[in-house]
Design a protein around this ligand. Structure first.
Ligand SMILES: [Zn+2]
Length: 332
C-alpha cells in the first residue's frame, strides 16, 4: 500500500456517465509514504524491477484493464457528459509539500477547504489527494497515455478519491474509488510562470526520499488547461504497483506549454537506483474497453439542478407547466 500511495501519490481513473482530510492527517500520510518507501519493496522503470516484472510481485499488474493506454481518436466515442465541476480549485494553499519519493515528484497542498470535483463521468464527489508527474529521458517519450501513438514529454496526474469511501486507502478497494485527472505538456517557448513555482524547487528534492515544505504555493486550478470540457475518459488502473483497476481516467486534450529547460529540470532528479531520467509505464492492451471523448460545453447551470445541471425532468416539467398556462390563457 505504501507503493500505492506513492504511486498515487502519483497517479490514478473511473466510470462513464450516465478540506483535505484535515491538515494534520495529511501530514501523517505524507510521513508514512516516506517511511514505507524507504523500507518496502521497490519497483523501478527498467531492469529486474522494471514494468515487465511488476506482475511477479503484484498480480494485478497483469490485469486485463490496465493503464496507461494509447488513445486512438478515430476509435473513441463522442459523448456529452455533464460539466465537470471543480470546488475550491482556486484556493491558494496555506502551505505545500514537494516530495521526491524515488519514483516521481509529488506535490501535496495544505488547503483549508478540500479541493474536490464532481460531474463528467463521475458519480459522486472526488477529493484531491496529491499530484505528481511522469517524464522521459528525452522529448520523444515521457507521457504514460498516448494519443494516436503520439507521446508527450511530460504528464501530470492529479489524484482524487471518492468522498463516500472516506479516505484514499479505503477508496482503493472499490472499482470507482479513484479518479485521476491527467494533463499533457508540450515544449514551446519560454518558461511557464505558473509551473515555475513548482519546478524552481525541484533542485531541493533532487535526492530520493526528500521533501521540502514551503508557504503558500500554486492553486490546483492554475495547473489545469484552459479548455477543460474536451477530455478523454476511460476506466483503468494505477500505473504503478499494485496497479489496482480502480481508476476513472480523465485526460484533458489541450496540452500545456512548458519551456525546454522546465522539462529538463525533472530529468535531474534521482531515484535509489541512480538518475530518475524516466518514470513512465509503457501502454497496456485496451482489451476492448470503450474510450469516450467529451465534447459537451453548453450545459445550463441552475441552483436547483443536480450538480448544478438542469435535469431533463426539470426541463420537461417546466415546459409542461408553461404549455398548460398557455392553454389556460388561450381558453380565456
Ligand atoms: Zn501517475
Amino acid at each position: 500500500m505504501g507503493e500505492l500511495k506513492v504511486l498515487h501519490a502519483v497517479k490514478v481513473h473511473a466510470l462513464p456517465v450516465c478540506c483535505w482530510r484535515k491538515i494534520m492527517r495529511e501530514a501523517d500520510d505524507s510521513r508514512r509514504v516516506l517511511a514505507t518507501e524507504s523500507t518496502g519493496h521497490s519497483f523501478s522503470y527498467e531492469g529486474e524491477n522494471g514494468p515487465d516484472h511488476w506482475a511477479e510481485e503484484y498480480q494485478t499488474c497483469a490485469g486485463k484493464f490496465q493503464s496507461p493506454i494509447d488513445i486512438e481518436e478515430h476509435l473513441v466515442t463522442q459523448v456529452r457528459l455533464p460539466p465537470l465541476r471543480f470546488y475550491h480549485f482556486d484556493k491558494e494553499p496555506v502551505a505545500s509539500t514537494l516530495t521526491n519519493n524515488g519514483h516521481t515528484v509529488m506535490l501535496q497542498l495544505n488547503i483549508t477547504k478540500n479541493p474536490s470535483v464532481s460531474g463528467g463521468p463521475l458519480r459522486g464527489i472526488y477529493v484531491f489527494q496529491q499530484l505528481h508527474f511522469h517524464w522521459g529521458n528525452n522529448d520523444s517519450v515521457g507521457s504514460e497515455d498516448t494519443v494516436n501513438n503520439h507521446t508527450f514529454p511530460l504528464e501530470l496526474h492529479i489524484v482524487t478519491y471518492k468522498k463516500d469511501y472516506g479516505n484514499f486507502d479505503n477508496a482503493t478497494s472499490y472499482k470507482d474509488g479513484l479518479a485521476v485527472f491527467a494533463v499533457f505538456y508540450e515544449i514551446y517557448g519560454g518558461d511557464n510562470p505558473v509551473y515555475a513555482k513548482i519546478i524552481e524547487r525541484l533542485p531541493q528534492v533532487k535526492e530520493p526520499n526528500t521533501e521540502v515544505h514551503f508557504n503558500k504555493g500554486v492553486t490546483l486550478g492554475s495547473l489545469l488547461p484552459e479548455t477543460k470540457h474536451l477530455y478523454f475518459t476511460y476506466n483503468g488502473s494505477l500505473t504503478t504497483p499494485p496497479c489496482l483497476e480502480v481508476v476513472t481516467w480523465i485526460e484533458f486534450k489541450q496540452p500545456i506549454l512548458l519551456s525546454d529547460n522546465q522539462v529538463n529540470a525533472f530529468r535531474t532528479l534521482r531515484s535509489p537506483e541512480g538518475e530518475l531520467t524516466h518514470n513512465f509505464r509503457p501502454v497496456q492492451p485496451l482489451s476492448g474497453r470503450p474510450v469516450w471523448f467529451n465534447v459537451a460545453d453548453n450545459y445550463h447551470i441552475a441552483p436547483w439542478g443536480r450538480n448544478g445541471v438542469i435535469s431533463p425532468f426539470v426541463t420537461s416539467f417546466s415546459l409542461g407547466i408553461f404549455l398548460v398556462l398557455m392553454l389556460v390563457a388561450l381558453q380565456q
